[in-house]
Design a protein around this ligand. Structure first.
Ligand code: ZN
Length: 205
């Protein structure tokens, strides 16, 4: 697969095209024209990002399989899951909010996780995955819209508020969701798009 071999980089702020300098580990390259950060050298970017992603995928499964919280009110015990909160919103006359929560808190994080693992796992194993550029573009578009942390915040607020009227127990999914949010943020922090192309270029030559 032909990947560009020219060591050029475009500034994300002002579009200035400039030579890509080699960086020391942990170093950062700034635009010669506007000073914006072009990219940063993150040692072991693919390895670390992939490790956080795989852990996040396992915790996301836990967050969906187990109850988010359980509530005791006057002898009645009830529990809800992540999916239960989405369907409850739809049933209670808020289908728009239900769809919004489903897309931003469930669907997009899954797409982001799947696309990133699809890119990074084969690269880690020495294979350039088919359709790498499509997966790359998908990740770039989806990353900004995933908002599982907003759902976590909402669940924590509900947990505190419900304490006044009933006995509320946090479920396994609440802990899993909290860990998932931090792991996804860590994967995102270690992810360096240029490392993907460098690795693909080295494997395809
Ligand atoms: Zn610039």
């Amino acid at each position: 697969m032909p990947y560009p071999t020219s060591p050029l980089v475009a500034c994300p702020q002002c579009d200035a095209l400039q030579l890509e300098p080699a960086l020391v580990p942990g170093g950062c390259a700034d635009c010669v024209r506007c000073g914006a950060e072009l990219y940063r050298h993150k040692p072991g970017s693919i390895d670390r990002s992939l490790a956080f992603l795989l852990a996040a995928a396992i915790l996301f499964a836990f967050a969906n399989l187990y109850p988010l919280m359980e509530m005791d009110a006057r002898g009645l015990r009830s529990s809800t899951t992540l999916w239960g909160t989405v369907s409850a919103l739809a049933e209670q006359g808020e289908p728009g909010v239900g769809v919004l929560v489903f897309v931003t808190a469930l669907a997009l994080p899954v797409v982001e996780l799947a696309a990133m693992i699809y890119m990074l796992l084969p690269l880690r194993l020495g294979i350039v995955p088919a359709g790498l550029r499509y997966a790359f573009r998908l990740v770039e578009r989806v990353r900004v819209f995933g908002m599982a942390e907003v759902l976590l915040l909402g669940a924590l607020i509900a947990f505190v508020k419900l304490h006044d009227i009933a006995t509320v127990h946090p479920g396994i999914a609440l802990y899993a969701l909290a860990a998932f949010v931090f792991l996804l943020a860590a994967a995102d922090a270690w992810y360096e798009p240029r490392a993907v192309w460098h690795c693909a270029r080295e494997l395809s030559t």
